[in-house]
Design a protein around this ligand. Structure first.
Ligand SMILES: [Fe+2]
Length: 302
């Protein structure tokens, strides 16, 4: 996997030794659920010898985790406007360094040559039944194809790079719900966003039925995106990810009522498709600063 991301992993790992060298415990592999921090007690003389060895936990990351835990009380939670504002505020102020990244890592350098078929890489920083924290790394020209987030609220913060984001919402929520179970059926969707975003930029939020629940990311330069997903995807709980191909509204002008015809550019037809081959991501171990489950913000010293 390390070869797939052009040495990025090695370099990031090197940085993290520097950042988290004093920390205790270990990291989990992607998708293996909660991270468990296990403290190993050192003999006293060792502890004295390493008096400065205080685990470095970025306050912003821990604050994000604690706020997510307070916000996402169950898998059906849709955050209140106040909670959305709070999470956005935390995310807006987060720096790449808070998750162990730096803009001068090899992966993000403009001269970094994209290898053929280089895929998007993802890391799960934390996952429980109510929410998950994930990082996505897109090489230049890398694409996360148009996909949905059923019943989910997702906060996305572009930490590094520049990307194009296109997003849609269903025009008819009821009909679109049924369409999730009818592959290859066209459904009318309203274009929510179709813009280029450059880090650092504000956090974007999508909701179960608004805010651009179906979106597509296309990296212009190598990018890192931090996502908060509440609740996480779960096939068992009916929250599997579906993929779509969008067609211009004008391609099928007779299919729906005429009241949208004057705004062709603001609508599109979405066709559910099988998972595109290029949508498969390479999982990567999270080696950034740890999230401490049983720790309140006031205990964080940094
Ligand atoms: Fe997404």
């Amino acid at each position: 996997m390390k070869e797939d991301i052009g040495g990025f992993s090695e370099e990031m790992e090197g940085d993290l030794v520097e950042q988290g060298g004093d920390r205790v415990g270990h990291v989990n592999k992607v998708g293996h659920g909660k991270r468990v921090i296990v403290k190993k007690r050192k003999p006293y003389h060792h502890r004295r010898a390493h008096k400065k060895a205080v685990p470095k936990v970025p306050k912003a990351l821990q604050e994000l985790f604690v706020s997510c835990r307070e916000t996402f009380k169950g898998p059906d939670t849709v955050p209140s406007p106040q909670d959305v504002q709070k999470l956005c505020h935390i995310l807006d102020n987060m720096k790449p360094e808070d998750v162990g990244l730096r803009s001068d890592l090899q992966f993000f350098k403009p001269e970094n040559v994209v290898k053929e078929n280089q895929r998007v890489t993802c890391t799960t920083m934390y996952k429980c039944d109510n929410f998950s924290l994930c990082l996505f790394f897109l090489p230049a020209k890398g694409v996360i194809p148009l996909h949905n987030h059923p019943g989910m609220t997702v906060f996305s913060r572009l930490l590094l790079g520049q990307m194009h984001i296109k997003s849609y919402d269903w025009v008819d929520h009821e009909a679109s719900h049924h369409s999730l179970h009818q592959p290859s059926q066209l459904r009318l969707a309203r274009l929510k966003a179709n813009n280029v975003f450059t880090a650092p930029c504000d956090t974007s939020v999508l909701y179960p039925k608004s805010g651009g629940n179906m979106h597509e990311f296309t990296a212009i330069t190598p990018c890192a995106v931090l996502d908060v997903l509440g609740p996480p995807y779960s096939r068992e709980d009916g929250r599997d990810c579906s993929y779509y191909k969008d067609h211009p509204y004008a391609s099928f002008p007779n299919g729906e009522s005429g009241n949208v015809q004057e705004e062709n550019d603001s609508y599109g037809w979405l066709e559910e498709i099988e998972m595109p081959e290029n949508s498969r991501m390479d999982p990567m171990e999270y080696l950034g600063p740890p999230i401490v489950e049983n720790c309140t913000i006031d205990k964080i010293t940094i």
